[in-house]
Design a protein around this ligand. Structure first.
Ligand SMILES: Cc1cc2nc3c(=O)[nH]c(=O)nc-3n(C[C@H](O)[C@H](O)[C@H](O)COP(=O)(O)OP(=O)(O)OC[C@H]3O[C@@H](n4cnc5c(N)ncnc54)[C@H](O)[C@@H]3O)c2cc1C
Length: 173
């Protein structure tokens, strides 16, 4: 049975990451990224770096980011802390081998979502190459708060982003 912690932390589906014969900075820092000039139609467009274009594979991460989830974790023997999901995932930059703020020995205990504001329609749209048992080619989660007939807050999250699915728009209209 899959778990929330496991889904948050599942590794990228990038085929160059999964093929040990290929150069991958995530597997072997400094070795290069074969995906950048390779077969990369499933990989990230936004939030990439010269070191890595792997995308985050999780559907749940996209939805949790739209809902502004908070990840609670025990930090080894150093106590506990809570971080917003926006801060939980790290961009690849020059250290793609590091995907989250977790340190060795940390354990996610639970994830909480703030209660949705009244009048908050939401949608998750997933596009994939086949109908079932398939990771997203691209997906988006949208949460909109409507106050007095006007959009007062919106979060739009795309899953074609390196490491994390991040809110690209939080605005009043
Ligand atoms: C055929 C197939 C299709 C799939 N399709 C999709 C899909 O379309 N969309 C999607 O989102 N997912 C998909 N998945 C992923 C799947 O649903 C699981 O979420 C994912 O594989 C993680 O599995 P798990 O929960 O058993 O985690 P595990 O494999 O047990 O854990 C993953 C990692 O997280 C660490 N970990 C787990 N729990 C914690 C914790 N509490 N604290 C700290 N570290 C922790 C583990 O040590 C490990 O390193 C698919 C999987 C398969 C096999």
């Amino acid at each position: 049975m899959a778990t929330t912690g496991g889904n948050l932390l599942q590794r990228t589906r990038c085929v160059y990451f999964r093929d040990t014969a290929m150069a991958c900075n995530k597997c072997d820092p400094g070795s290069g990224c074969a995906a950048i000039s390779g077969f990369n139609r499933t990989l990230a467009i936004l939030g990439v770096s010269d070191a890595c274009i792997a995308s985050n594979p999780s559907d749940m991460n996209v939805a949790l980011t739209a809902f502004e989830a908070v990840v609670h974790n025990i930090q080894g023997t150093r106590g506990a802390r809570s971080v917003t999901i926006d801060d939980f995932f790290l961009l690849p930059d020059t250290t793609p081998e590091r995907e989250t703020v977790l340190e060795p020995g940390d354990l996610i205990t639970h994830v909480t979502l703030p209660p949705p504001a009244e009048g908050s329609p939401f949608l998750y749209l997933k596009l994939r190459d086949r109908a079932s048992y398939e990771f997203a080619l691209a997906s988006a989660a949208v949460v909109v708060t409507v106050t007095g007939g006007r959009v007062s807050h919106a979060r739009v999250v795309f899953r074609r982003r390196g490491h994390e699915a991040v809110a690209l728009a939080t605005s009043a209209a």
